[in-house]
Ligand binder design. Structure first.
Ligand code: SAM
Length: 390
């Protein structure tokens, strides 16, 4: 079918974020654009895009971020027209090599060609790579995640293609020789900060407890003499900071718990307490109104989730304390790409998984909890599961 007006490429070029009346529409359009590429490409185009072109782009971006090139370029002239020779002066990179990488990044729209031959310009995306959250996320996923996926087929073959559930025998270990948390806490503590920053980077699309869930209902019944909100494995406390921004005079203590290496990066209002803590030890804060866990339980196998929940339950006041689990609740038949990508990522990293409604209810029941309600933000993928101890 010919698009109205005939010039298909010009029509596609005219589409951008402003063409979408809402964020939900924008997301649907992105999914459609992915499908469109496959409809337009020949099979060879698609195969080469995935395994030949994408690795060159990713490694090119990683080389530029290692050289801190985008930040230096912004400082040089705000990211506008510059040649490889000019840019190379601020780095240790050979200008001939830099030109080759920049050309490839420009053909893939990561940066753009300037009208002046041999000159390039930064794009909104390459500029965004200078923000600490996006830089940390890109670096971490590039250095760890991509390597794991190159090893996944070999790992699965070795294991006889059995769905992996043993947390000590993961594709991550197969490739990196150790577990993710050991790598972070023992070998590369600096990655703890990057992991926490990457959790912050996904804030815009992972929903908000205070916006998407009627927290006021729980606060109204909270006992002002007890702790109000415990952010269990809350990284650098961005969720608690958002909670405090909405409720600046909280009816009780606000506490962020995580490993010491991670909490070291927290910069929080003094009204928010930080507490070094282990998910596999009894919960030290007794009788809080809310125990909140965002993106924590998907890191763990069902048997570990049950251990974590059992530790938590021991501190909860029956008939009063609420558990709020903020996670993806996956449609098992037609998940969106966020859910399916995250599911296989969890498998490769920790042999854990993203869970369906049925999976959540089952694992919470095994940990001694009953689901009260599941609230999903409009158009969102993340849900807040409210549960009480049985
Ligand atoms: C995927 S992150 C989620 C962080 C935060 N809740 C968020 O959504 O941004 C998982 C968190 O669990 C923490 N964690 C992992 N193992 C832990 C353990 N044994 N005890 C305490 N925290 C742990 C990590 O440090 C990390 O901050």
């Amino acid at each position: 079918m010919t698009a109205a007006g005939g010039d298909v490429a010009a029509q596609l070029k005219a589409i951008d974020k402003s063409s979408c009346p809402s964020d939900a529409e924008r997301k649907r359009a992105v999914e459609e654009a992915r499908a469109l590429l496959l409809r337009l490409e020949t099979p060879v185009d698609t195969a080469l895009r995935l395994v030949w072109e994408y690795p060159t782009i990713v490694s090119g971006i990683r080389t530029m971020t290692q050289l801190d090139l985008f930040r230096k370029w912004s400082a040089l002239n705000g990211g506008v027209s510059a040649s490889a020779e000019e840019l190379a002066k601020s780095t240790s990179c050979d200008p001939v090599l830099l030109l080759r990488i920049l050309r490839n990044l420009a053909t893939s729209n990561i940066i753009s060609f300037d009208d002046k031959p041999g000159f390039f310009k930064m794009t909104p995306f390459s500029s965004s790579l200078t923000t600490p959250e996006i830089e940390a996320t890109f670096g971490m996923l590039c250095d760890f995640h991509m390597a794991i996926f190159l090893g996944v087929p070999d790992f699965l073959k070795q294991k006889g293609y059995v769905n992996p559930v043993n947390k000590t025998d993961t594709a991550f270990r197969h490739v990196h020789g150790t577990d993710i948390m050991d790598l972070i806490t023992q070998k590369h503590p600096e990655f703890a900060a990057n992991m926490a920053l990457s959790m912050k980077a996904i804030l815009p699309f992972r929903g908000s407890l205070t916006e998407d869930f009627p927290v006021d209902e729980i606060i109204a019944q909270a006992d002002p003499t007890g702790p109000l909100f415990v952010d269990v494995a809350g990284a650098i406390g961005h969720d608690t900071a958002a909670f405090f921004a909405k409720y600046p005079q909280p009816k009780g203590r606000l506490i962020v718990q995580d490993m010491a290496e991670v909490l070291a990066g927290a910069k929080l209002d003094p009204a928010i307490e930080t507490m070094t803590f282990d998910l596999f030890a009894p919960q030290p804060v007794q009788g809080a109104a809310m125990y909140y866990m965002h993106n924590v339980l998907h890191d763990w196998t069902d048997s570990d989730v049950v251990k974590i929940l059992t530790n938590l339950k021991s501190a909860m006041r029956k008939g009063y304390s609420r558990l709020l689990v903020h996670e993806l609740v996956v449609d098992s038949y037609r998940p969106n790409s966020l859910a399916s990508v995250s599911d296989v990522s969890m498998m490769a990293i920790a042999n854990s998984k993203e869970r369906t409604d049925k999976d959540w209810r089952a694992v919470l029941a095994d940990g001694g909890f009953e689901v009260v309600r599941i609230v999903t933000a409009p158009g969102g993928s993340f849900s807040i599961i409210e549960a009480i101890p049985t």
